[in-house]
Design a protein around this ligand. Structure first.
Ligand code: OOG
Ligand code: NI
Length: 452
């Protein structure tokens, strides 16, 4: 078998993401309504703003917009996380970033499995925010051991997917038939299970410590808990959600609305209370699955990120308890300090850009080490913002909390443990900033090396 006869990981990811979306649409009809609303608002936004449409086409992002999704799952053990890493690798997805949510009262730490190469991102940037439960944060030792014992009994992977993952690793690829089977088998891990694996008192005891713990421990697998489309106007979708019969969470997470969007803005609708069956077919309910939308902006450098973090912290003192409109108004005031102009973002080294020669630039001999801003001013080079492909810990905590009904707590503060997370994962999580920096640096070389 030659490499050419294997299906590319990009193709497998694309199919898997579509299959996951179909499955979630059947399982959670509100997700279908949200997709329709996002699609409608995206169309209107593009009609209203042809310059935005043009920029998206140039960056190859218009095509990916309609298929772009991120989802989230939560697992219970190091073995589960390590196997997931191998599963996602079949689809060209690697662990990027480390998110510690314990400081926000959520007993998990997380990474995002996603493609990293430009071409793969352009094809389908499908990402899965993956959290590992930190059982060590359960104080009661009896309950902690009980949770660990329950988790030790389950296998969240089908025998078929285990075989196919091994086959992929041995062969270096999957044939069309194997890839099709892989998609079907892998999907099983993310499916909803109506039967809990425990009795009601056990569920209740775990739920009383933290609803998230019950969600991770009491089921056969890590059901996908949301799947998120990307919108071009999150404020408008939030405003219209009630008209589609969807109740949004109180406020939009992340930075305020800006002329040059930065990082990531997110909002979600409340998790559904769904009927389940405990041991002995005793009926009950569980609340875990919800819907979310996101709007993506430019990736920030370490310096830009530090400014974002500082302003966000400052704003949080003032926005506590405000409804969305006031919340946004205060955020905008505080973020007035963050330059909202591409030239300034570049000059101050706050955000990442990709540089390329214009037609005129390609026809000119450009000296190496030339000043980029001058070349841009002369119309020889074009700078395009690099889109942020990752997540934000404070926002993620806000999404978790709005769905767990938990009040903010600092119960688990000071417990960051990247080393332990990476030991469980089996590899280091890739540093997201290095990916953006690498992309920017390569584009700079492309510009100055063009005449060589
Ligand atoms: C994940 C919540 C975080 C995001 O987009 O930041 C998240 C979860 O609830 O499992 O999805
Ligand atoms: Ni999400």
């Amino acid at each position: 078998m030659t490499a050419a006869s294997y299906v590319s990981p990009d193709r497998i990811r694309d199919r898997f993401s579509a299959a996951m979306s179909d499955m979630y649409r059947t399982e959670v009809p509100q997700y279908g309504s949200l997709l329709a609303l996002v699609d409608q608002v995206n169309r209107e936004t593009l009609d209203r703003d042809p310059a935005l449409a043009e920029r998206l086409v140039q960056r190859g992002e218009l095509e990916r917009l309609n298929i772009e999704r991120h989802g989230a799952i939560r697992v219970g053990t190091a073995e589960e996380l390590a196997m997931l890493r191998r599963l996602f690798a079949v689809m060209g997805m690697q662990p990027v970033g480390y998110y510690d949510l314990s400081g926000a009262g959520v007993p998990v730490h997380s990474t995002a499995f996603r493609p990293v190469e430009d071409a793969a991102l352009a094809r389908n940037p499908f990402r899965i925010f993956t959290s590992l439960l930190r059982l060590e944060l359960i104080e009661d030792p009896t309950l902690r051991e009980r949770a660990a014992a329950i988790l030790a009994r389950r296998d969240i992977f089908t025998p078929g997917v285990r075989e196919l993952i091994e086959l992929y690793e041995q062969q270096g690829g999957l044939t069309a038939e194997q890839a099709a089977r892989f998609v079907d088998e892998a999907l099983e891990t993310f499916r909803w299970h109506r039967h809990a694996t425990v009795d009601l008192p056990t569920y209740q005891a775990l739920h009383d410590v933290h609803r998230l713990i019950a969600d991770v421990v009491c089921f056969k697998g890590p059901h996908i808990n949301h799947l998120t489309p990307r919108t071009l106007d999150i404020d408008e979708v939030q405003r219209r959600m009630p008209e589609s019969g969807i109740t949004p969470k109180a406020v939009i997470e992340g930075p305020p609305r800006r002329r040059c969007p930065i990082l990531l803005r997110q909002t979600s609708f409340k998790a559904l209370e769904e009927p389940i069956l405990f041991d002995g077919d005793r009926p009950g309910t569980h609340t875990a699955r919800f819907g979310e939308i996101e709007q993506r902006g430019i990736a920030l450098t370490a310096r830009g990120r530090a400014l974002y973090d500082r302003l966000l912290t400052e704003s949080r003192k003032q926005t506590a308890g405000l409804e969305n409109r006031e919340h946004q108004r205060v955020l905008e005031e505080v973020f007035a300090e963050f330059p909202d102009d591409e030239t300034e973002l570049r000059r101050q080294g706050l955000a990442f850009f990709e540089y390329e020669l214009t037609g005129a630039g390609a026809a000119t001999d450009i000296a190496e080490g030339g000043d980029m801003e001058r070349l841009i001013g002369q119309g020889l080079v074009r700078a395009a913002p690099i889109t942020y492909e990752d997540f934000l810990p404070v926002s993620a905590a806000g999404i978790f909390q709005s769905n767990l009904g938990g009040a903010e707590t600092s119960a688990y503060e000071g417990n960051s443990s990247r080393d332990e997370f990476e030991a469980a994962l089996g590899v280091p999580a890739i540093d997201e900033l290095s990916l953006y920096a690498g992309r920017e640096a390569a584009s700079r070389r492309g510009v100055s090396g063009a005449g060589d």
